[in-house]
Design a protein around this ligand. Structure first.
Ligand code: TRP
Ligand code: ZN
Length: 885
């Protein structure tokens, strides 16, 4: 908790560390009611930081100092200064050794940062600044050291003792305890340190690297989950191979371990050689995990593995550079997933997510650049902007340079900076040096926040046979940034003739045509591109594959969008045309609803979807994506002022119309998919995943008919599905239906069957929390008392409270403010337990400016109430103060 106002830390104040740590020797004595940590730090003056011997200031929080030596001489109380965050002392030589012993309390650590207990096991989470809760240290990423770690614990309770690197020694003691020593030969910052002690089982495999070394692979888990690890192991081996093939990156230690833990603040953590995962991102079995969960496991395993190079071998100089490792690694894992599954579907999912959530963040009070200028609490900056927008920035570099030059640039980056802690500028420099391109203006993507708007006009001159596209870019003001300079915006595009054929593209001044799809680099506030020898008035296909994270505006008519849906050669843009058509139609319904008029749906949306459903050549996953209407959250993001009730009514009205008009087609498609499911054994492969996604969206429409025949197929699927993807989808549809008896029955059966599986129960909570039927808040409040719920487990908090506040707009935004009051109460409770989780759950309340006057007042009042509620963590304080500013 905060004893004074948290300080703002600025990038411009960065200074190299005064001292360096060459070696770190740690010994942990783990006991049930405390842990002793002995640290020996072999240190020296940093020659790059100036002359003389300034005081040594070590970070340390919540540590009970028991003993302190400088070069083997014990220090007395007068020889050092101790505050609640630092230990300072005066070295007398340029090289010295510090020995310290501290007592800490992992058994009562509910913040899940530093060393803590998850169930019966000890584990750590040190990123970003958790290591200072383990021992006194220079806890900053530009201080890199080799680590030797010894753990000792009761052998029966903690038979497995793990840390980074390779095991080098172990032994037993007579009192029932045992110990193990691990050594990590690679220099690393403290945030990559990890240890695990517990009663764990593992599965083992091995991987032969490109250069012929055999790496042992182990995934550890509590014994009851041993049967759910194969998918993660397969994903790991695919990741290792992909990184060799696509980036030329080989693994470097002899052993790679993953440990699954139940209590974890984020998805997973890339600790060197010892990744620690939220169990939700490792465990996968067809009976208990959906297709989406399987894909998430594959992506997160890859993400953490890829960090071994993009993050560990080359790390960040300071936390302002966080996107250096996160944006790059998200880009890498997205490309991996695209290669393993459907590229177009992966892109659609990522773009839908980015536009709904990152665009909202970039338009809210916490908006910040991909490389922020300042922060109060770094944990608050593990954001969609750093991760998702950061990945888009990397994708744009890839698009502008081309795959080959990008690879040269990444090779140069890894070679030049191996073993170093560097900046985003260093990364861009390597890309420039390898490609010969100047990225000076491009770097504004790192420094300017906000989502650019790109308006496009066109003009066809039939006489001259020229076609001109004029782009106008602008970017709204964001906190601390009134004015923006123009970005470099890569616009991938093509031109279609009236038959949907692609026209060859040649810009004025060019000697020859350059294919039918190309990238225009928009660099000015207003800029025109003229194509020559254009035989007919074309229809432009713009921002193909979503080539830049901008809001594109071109005045497409609905017929033109239907045309693009059918003919665009770019699969992403076919989907995008359908989304834009749906947005236009839904926005018209919202306006009708607001004016109190009867709702009238533009039949072209139905006809477009009829064509999609009837097209047997289309990938089933694409059919499913195209049948999915834009989410309420996305429609809210697009509105100046979000009318949650009108949006919900409009969207449900459209869904019911689609269900009614296309019932027969949906029914036929559903039956065929379900029949295939019944007759083929489950596999989490792309073709089956596509089929199940189509089947499940079809089922959700069929149930809107509220007929007995629809209910029968839904119950059949729920009862007889041999996999969680179908079972959970049927449950979700039942929960949102008016069939109260069947719903209650299904929920009870499901809970009875899966009561001992925490991750499945999370799904059970989430499905109910997201149910938009009236009474949502009361249902959630009742579930808070369910035996399987606890505020101490972040997955449970996200499943119930998070799903309610983020996915259940009509209930959360109840006009009496009860939803807001509920969330504020939970944030106050969480603040005392787990500040990182508290501050994340606060996000929906920070978006108060999006809503009507009544709701704004209610939301602000809850933010004020939290602010006045007492001792606040720095995490929660930062978000509150910025949201109320
Ligand atoms: N570096 C982790 C990743 O792969 C992020 C992370 C895991 C994290 N646990 C954390 C960040 C706890 C802050 C706090 O993206
Ligand atoms: Zn990461």
């Amino acid at each position: 908790m905060r004893s004074e106002q948290p300080q703002t830390i600025h990038l411009k104040d960065y200074r190299a560390p005064d001292y360096l740590i060459d070696e770190t020797h740690l010994t942990f004595e783990l006991f049930e009611d405390h842990t002793l940590v002995h640290a020996q730090l072999v240190m020296r003056r940093n020659p790059a930081a100036g002359d003389g011997l300034p005081p040594l200031v070590l970070d340390g929080q919540q540590l009970e100092l028991l003993d302190l030596h400088l070069d083997d001489v014990p220090l007395a109380a007068g020889d050092y200064q101790l505050t609640d965050s630092h230990l300072s002392l005066q070295p007398t030589q340029a090289r010295f050794v510090i020995d310290s012993t501290v007592r800490i309390h992992p058994e009562s650590n509910t913040a899940l940062e530093g060393l803590y207990k998850s169930g019966g096991m000890f584990c750590t989470q040190c990123e970003a600044e958790g290591f200072r809760k383990i021992t006194f240290y220079l806890d900053r990423p530009d201080v890199m050291s080799v680590f030797t770690t010894t753990l000792s614990a009761d052998k029966q309770a903690y038979p497995i003792l793990l840390s980074n690197g390779n095991p080098i020694a172990s032994g037993e003691e007579e009192d029932g305890r045992h110990w193990a020593t691990w050594q990590d030969p690679f220099k690393k910052p403290a945030y990559l340190f990890a240890l695990v002690a517990g009663d764990l089982w593992c599965i083992e495999d091995s991987f032969r690297t490109l250069s012929g070394r055999d790496v042992a692979l182990r995934i550890y888990v509590e014994p009851e989950n041993i049967g759910k690890l194969q998918h993660a192991m397969d994903s790991l081996k695919k990741s290792m191979k992909w990184d060799e093939e696509v980036y030329g990156r080989e693994y470097d230690l002899d052993i790679f371990m993953i440990v699954a833990v139940n209590d974890f603040n984020m998805g997973a953590m890339e600790n060197k050689g010892l990744n620690i995962f939220n169990s939700s991102c490792v465990l996968a079995h067809p009976d208990t995990a959906t297709d989406a969960a399987h894909q998430r496991v594959e992506a997160v395993v890859a993400h953490e593995y890829f960090h071994n190079w993009s993050g560990n071998r080359v790390t960040c100089r300071d936390w302002f550079q966080l996107s250096l490792k996160e944006g790059f690694t998200v880009f890498r894992d997205a490309e991996f997933s695209a290669d393993m599954n459907s590229r177009t579907v992966k892109r659609i999912e990522d773009v839908a997510f980015l536009r709904t959530h990152q665009f909202a963040e970039d338009a809210g009070p916490m908006a910040h650049p991909v490389r922020p200028d300042s922060y109060m609490e770094i944990s608050n900056f593990y954001t969609l902007t750093i991760y998702e927008k950061g990945a888009e920035v990397l994708r744009m570099i890839h698009t502008l340079l081309g795959a080959e030059a990008f690879r040269k640039g990444s090779d140069l980056y890894f070679e030049r900076h191996d073993g170093q802690a560097v900046t985003c500028d260093d990364f861009v420099q390597a890309m420039e040096d390898a490609s010969g391109q100047d990225l000076t203006q491009f770097k504004r993507w790192y420094t300017q926040s906000g989502t650019p708007r790109l308006a496009v006009e066109d003009c066809y001159d039939a006489h001259a046979k020229t076609y001109t596209l004029t782009f106008r870019q602008s970017c709204p003001a964001t906190p601390g940034q009134e004015r923006k300079e123009p970005f470099v915006i890569p616009v991938a595009m093509g031109l279609l003739d009236s038959h949907g054929r692609e026209l060859p593209l040649r810009l004025a001044g060019e000697a020859e045509t350059a294919g039918t799809s190309r990238v225009l680099a928009v660099t000015e506030a207003v800029q025109s591109f003229t194509f020559v020898e254009v035989p007919v008035q074309p229809l432009p296909s713009l921002l193909r594959g979503f080539s830049a994270p901008v809001k594109l505006h071109y005045p497409y008519g609905r017929d033109q969008l239907m045309f693009l849906m059918q003919h665009d050669s770019d699969g992403f843009n076919r989907w995008e045309a359908g989304q834009q058509l749906a947005v236009q139609v839904l926005q018209a319904l919202v306006e009708q609803q607001q004016r109190g008029e009867p709702l009238h749906l533009d039949g072209r949306l139905i006809e477009a979807l009829r064509a999609v459903l009837a097209d047997e050549t289309l990938d089933q996953a694409m059919v499913a994506e195209m049948l999915s209407l834009p989410a309420e959250a996305y429609l809210a993001e697009l509105s100046e002022m979000a009318d949650v009730d009108a949006i919900h009514i409009a969207r449900e009205f459209a869904r019911e119309a689609i269900a009614r008009e296309l019932f027969d087609l949906l029914w036929a498609r559903y039956q065929r998919c379900r029949e295939a499911s019944r007759s083929t054994p489950y596999a989490a492969d792309a073709a089956q995943i596509a089929r199940r996604s189509l089947q499940n969206i079809a089922l959700s429409y069929l149930m809107l008919a509220r007929s007995e025949e629809a209910l029968d197929v839904c119950v059949e699927q729920f009862e007889h599905a041999d996999n969680m993807t179908e079972r959970l989808a049927a449950l979700a549809v039942l929960v949102n239906s008016p069939f109260d008896a069947d719903k209650a029955n299904a929920l009870a059966k499901f809970a009875e069957h899966f009561k001992d599986d925490a991750l499945v129960m999370d799904q059970w909570f989430a499905v109910q929390a997201a149910c938009s039927l009236p009474g949502g808040l009361e249902r959630v409040q009742a579930l808070m008392h369910h035996g399987a719920f606890t505020l101490k487990n972040p997955n449970k908090v996200r499943a119930l409270i998070g799903a309610f506040a983020n996915q259940n707009h009509v209930n959360f935004h109840r006009i009496d403010g009860a939803g807001y009051r509920f969330l504020a109460d939970q944030v106050i409770a969480l603040n005392a337990l787990n500040p990182q989780i508290a501050s994340r759950q606060l996000t929906p309340l920070t978006r108060w400016r999006k809503f009507d006057q009544t709701r704004q007042v209610l939301m602000r009042a809850e933010l004020e109430r939290i602010l006045a509620s007492g001792e606040l963590s720095g995490d929660v304080y930062e978000v509150l103060s910025k949201s109320l500013a």
